[in-house]
Design a protein around this ligand. Structure first.
Ligand SMILES: Cc1ncc(COP(=O)(O)O)c(C=O)c1O
Length: 450
């Protein structure tokens, strides 16, 4: 089967996404193409992923346990998915690949597998998924580095004064707030000089850049399928087997066991080895397969074409936003620091007073068919640090581009935002418990929702 691709605003051909020609309703009764500027939250499904899932579904059956031929096919698809994901993140052939629900789940799994007395080092700018799963460990909080070099310095200082027991450094690949690329190789180098291990939160990195985990010398990588154009509820933890093999299973149940006996009212369990040890219960075979197809498709398309497509859109997005009165772009390390197409900003009403970020996002969707994100993006400390003062609680707006974004989406967004900030919304809105709502709102959900 031929998988469609389209020519990017840059040069090469990029993989196509499902819903690229989707029309969404506006409050004035018109329909427009959906302006997809929210890839950092969840990316649309690749056409190749949809086709790959369709190919698997007739064969879909029980995994690992059935004797039927369809079980054999399903098991093979699931186990091959591990190889695709391992190759995609550039991990060595001895790296274990554990399927999880998403990045949050993957990091929580690692959090449960830490050896006793592990000290975890993490930066306050991280997403909550990377910030919070270490509650059973001693946590060393490193703040938000003012310059990228400060990240290495504070980590070096902190590692130097902790005891030599097991230590884990949590490194984010790309900030989900600013799109800035963290100095992963340099941080891993500092960590390894002190004998510490490194886990990379790659949720926002892998949709945009090729990852070579072995070259970067990170010990584990956590990623999500739904940010990688495979919205089927799977993620993965990829990396060193030793801590994971020694840990109690993440979930207790079927599939994670090698043998269960009961003697004098006491059960005795021999847990399975990796990867099954941490995958109790029926796994998400379709999700794992979809993620693997996404990995293979992105690798085959090549990062030059994908990177160029995003670079053109992101450059225009940043330049356009910077030229709109009342817009303030958020960044930790300045405009020259390498970044991907994820841009957060706050908006004022032209007089310097902050505008209501949620109302702006609501009006962009209702009047212009544009989807962006508002709030604190599950990175409250980063947003508070960047927005500053009392405004931190008001959050910010985030526009993010990807394979489902076109140049027209970006232009429409920039024009609509400039108009909104200059003249205010052209429709009326009322605040309810659910937030701002257009009044009246004649938009109807698609028929399949009843
Ligand atoms: C940098 C980063 N890490 C982790 C996560 C958590 O990903 P998930 O919600 O798929 O678990 C996100 C989600 O936005 C993210 O942007």
């Amino acid at each position: 089967m031929v998988t469609e691709s389209r020519v990017s605003p840059g040069a090469g051909r990029i993989p196509s996404v499902v819903g690229a020609d989707l029309l969404v309703p506006l409050v004035d009764g018109r329909q427009v193409s959906h302006g997809h500027l929210d890839h950092a939250a969840s990316a649309p499904c690749l056409t190749a992923v949809q086709q790959g899932v369709n190919r698997l579904l007739p064969w879909y059956s029980s995994v690992h346990r059935g004797s039927g031929f369809t079980s054999r096919v399903t098991t093979l698809a699931y186990e091959r998915a591990r190889a695709s994901v391992r190759g995609f993140v550039g991990a060595g052939c001895d790296a274990s690949v554990l399927f999880t629900r998403n990045t949050t789940d993957a990091l929580n799994l690692l959090g449960r597998a830490l050896p006793p007395d592990t000290v975890v080092f993490r930066f306050s700018a991280d997403h909550h998924a990377a910030l919070l799963p270490w509650r059973d460990a001693k946590v060393c909080r490193l703040g938000v580095p003012v310059r990228p070099q400060d990240a290495m310095r504070v980590l070096d200082d902190a590692l130097a004064i902790t005891s030599k027991g097991p230590r884990l450094v949590v490194v984010t690949g790309v900030s989900n707030v600013t799109g800035e690329v963290w100095p992963v190789a340099e941080l891993a180098d500092v960590a390894h000089r002190h004998g510490a291990r490194v886990v990379l939160d790659a949720a926002q990195l892998v949709p945009h850049r090729r990852l070579d985990a072995a070259a970067l010398e990170v010990d584990w990588v956590a990623l999500s399928g739904h940010k990688l154009y495979a919205p089927f509820g799977a993620g993965a933890l990829v990396g060193a087997p030793d801590w994971l093999a020694a840990a109690e299973p993440y979930l207790a149940g079927g599939g994670a066991t090698a043998r269960v006996t009961e003697d004098a009212g006491l059960e005795s369990v021999t847990w399975a080895d990796l990867p099954h040890r941490h995958e109790a219960g029926s796994p998400n075979v379709v999700g794992a397969h979809a993620m693997a197809v996404a990995c293979d498709t992105l690798s085959t398309a090549g990062w030059d074409a994908i990177g160029e497509h995003e670079r053109v859109l992101a450059t225009r997005l940043r330049q356009g936003l910077a030229g709109i009165p009342g817009v303030r772009l958020l960044g930790m390390w300045g405009p020259d620091h390498p970044s991907v197409g994820v841009v957060s900003f706050t908006v004022g009403d032209g007089t310097g007073a902050p505008a209501d970020q949620e109302l702006v996002a609501t009006a962009l969707a209702a009047e212009h068919g544009i989807g962006i994100r508002y709030g604190a993006f599950c990175a409250h400390q980063a947003v508070r640090h960047l927005v500053g003062g009392a405004d931190g609680s008001a959050g910010a707006l985030r526009a993010s581009v990807g394979l489902g974004t076109t140049a027209e989406h970006v232009e429409r967004f920039l024009g609509a935002l400039a108009d909104l900030l200059r003249h205010g919304p052209r429709w009326t809105y009322r605040r309810s418990d659910e937030g701002w709502c257009p009044v009246p709102d004649t938009r109807r959900e698609p028929e399949f929702l009843g």
